[in-house]
Design a protein around this ligand. Structure first.
Ligand code: FE2
Length: 324
């Protein structure tokens, strides 16, 4: 049973193909972000232009034809409205033409599930860190829903890093540029905000931007990363002690930051539990993770009504039913 997954929630139009848990293809076309950031309608236009070629490329890589497809997954949300609409329309067109089921997928659930799948995890705590999200999650297996045990009060860590990078006058890719500059910095004290298992980044960001007037880029980047990541790690460690889970993973776009991964990994080591991070192709937005969740949903007997398949810009992870 080959399942195709379409991801279009932000700058990436990704198409993945999976068959009985084996990833046959994971290809993408990315909108080039300029200094103005992402203008949703322009990103959606990119997705419209690239959807056909990206789907065909995924079929070529997988070595299958459209007739071999048994189901379509698409990102229902969260994400940018016009971008999500392109993914929905692509998925609906394929589903209608091939007469196969269509499955709506939560983007955050997909990031955690692909990490569990590729790293053989059973029941981890997941630190999900991306542009718009920063959440600490555990799966409530009985109710088949992720519980958010900790999260940001304001912005996601990825957006905070991108904002700092724009103030530094850096070109995209912002996250990796901040990480590169941070390697040669020294520590300056910055605001640290953790309340229980929740945290906040706006005060830290404002302070970091202000400090750029008198401190070096390297020192600000280093101190910003160390402070923000220590906040994430403190909250995650608290969840770890509370939940007594034996596995910890990091996922989402910011999981590609090696310093954050290193800090989280040392916490896992101290508590003698397993730590895992998926390959970076699965932490970046991708279609394979959408295909995986759709395949698991179909295997568990879930079906969706074609006419009721929509998009939801603010689709929280704890609203989605999870089929493992
Ligand atoms: Fe993502």
């Amino acid at each position: 049973m080959a399942i195709i997954g379409i991801e279009s929630s932000a700058h990436t139009f990704g198409v993945g193909i999976i068959e009985n848990g084996k990833i046959l293809a994971n290809v993408k076309s990315m909108y080039k972000i300029g200094n103005k950031g992402m203008i949703p309608i322009e990103v959606a236009e990119h997705h419209i232009q690239s959807c056909k070629d990206t789907i065909n490329e995924a079929l070529d890589v997988a070595g299958i034809k459209t007739q071999d497809i048994n189901g379509i997954g698409y990102t229902m949300g969260p994400g940018l409205g016009p971008c999500l609409q392109v993914g929905l329309l692509s998925a609906k067109t394929l589903s209608y033409r091939l007469k196969v089921p269509i499955i709506p997928v939560n983007h955050g659930v997909a990031h955690v599930e692909i990490t569990k799948h590729t790293k053989n995890l059973k029941d981890p705590i997941a630190l999900y860190v991306s542009g718009g999200n920063s959440q600490i999650l555990v799966l409530d297996k009985k109710n088949r829903k992720y519980r958010i045990l900790g999260e940001t009060f304001d912005m996601g860590i990825g957006n905070a890093i991108d904002n700092l990078a724009r103030n530094l006058g850096l070109e995209h890719a912002w996250g990796s540029e901040v990480e590169r500059l941070a390697k040669n910095g020294r520590y300056i004290e910055m605001p640290y905000t953790v309340k229980g298992m929740d945290f906040s980044f706006t005060g830290l960001l404002t302070n970091a931007i202000e400090l750029l007037k008198k401190e070096s880029k390297e020192d600000v980047c280093y101190s910003f990363q160390e402070t923000a990541f220590a906040m994430l790690c403190e909250a995650t460690e608290r969840v770890l002690l509370l939940s007594k889970k034996e596995e910890l993973c990091i996922c989402g776009g910011v999981a590609q930051n090696s310093r954050l991964t290193q800090m989280l990994s040392s916490i896992a080591q101290e508590h003698n539990i397993t730590f895992a991070k998926a390959e970076n192709q699965f932490n970046a937005d991708n279609g394979a993770m959408i295909a995986l969740v759709a395949e698991n949903s179909i295997k568990n007997g879930f079906s969706a009504n074609f006419n009721e398949c929509t998009t939801k810009q603010r689709y929280r992870i704890d609203e989605a039913i999870v089929y493992e």
